[in-house]
Design a protein around this ligand. Structure first.
Ligand code: CMP
Length: 140
């Protein structure tokens, strides 16, 4: 087990419903520490860059529109095996397939408006964190 960092986004469907605190409680109750956090409005360019890996997918255009439709909260979470731990706390991408007690099961509206994003590997976590945070903004 290693202490690790992962990147998280609380998405516009969740900020719209004022769920930031409830979602943060899930992270904290499950052993992750929020070591950086800011509420921003993503620009179209930021969303396009962030989701560039999905550029060819049919949902890409809608996804960029959704992610820029309201405020998001970008975060760095730290803890034991944080990348895998956070994916467990979030639940499956499609809330219909998410386990009971997960963020997406409790809060997500749809496969697109699924309340949270979390990095899928330590390498992507590093890259995603660097898109939104300077080292000096992360306080472990
Ligand atoms: P996220 O973990 O942020 O990564 C890609 C996002 O695309 C995903 O969560 C969903 O918000 C969105 N998305 C929309 N439609 C789909 C789909 N059919 N399959 C996977 N992701 C989708």
């Amino acid at each position: 087990m290693v202490t690790q960092r992962t990147f998280s986004i609380i998405k516009p469907d969740a900020t719209r419903r004022n769920l930031t605190g409830k979602i943060n409680a899930k992270f904290e109750e499950n052993g992750l520490r929020i070591v950086a956090q800011k509420r921003i409005r993503m620009t179209k360019e930021q969303a396009e860059q962030f989701y560039a890996v999905h550029k060819e997918r049919p949902f890409y255009g809608d996804l960029v529109k959704f992610m820029t439709s309201g405020p998001v909260v970008v975060q760095v979470l730290e803890g034991e095996d944080a990348v895998a731990a956070n994916r467990k706390i979030m639940g499956a991408t499609n809330p219909a397939n998410a386990d009971a007690g997960t963020i997406r099961k409790e809060f997500a509206e749809s496969i697109e408006a699924n309340s949270v994003h979390g990095s899928d590997s330590p390498e992507n976590a590093k890259m995603e964190i660097s898109l939104f945070f300077k080292d000096s903004e992360i306080v472990g």
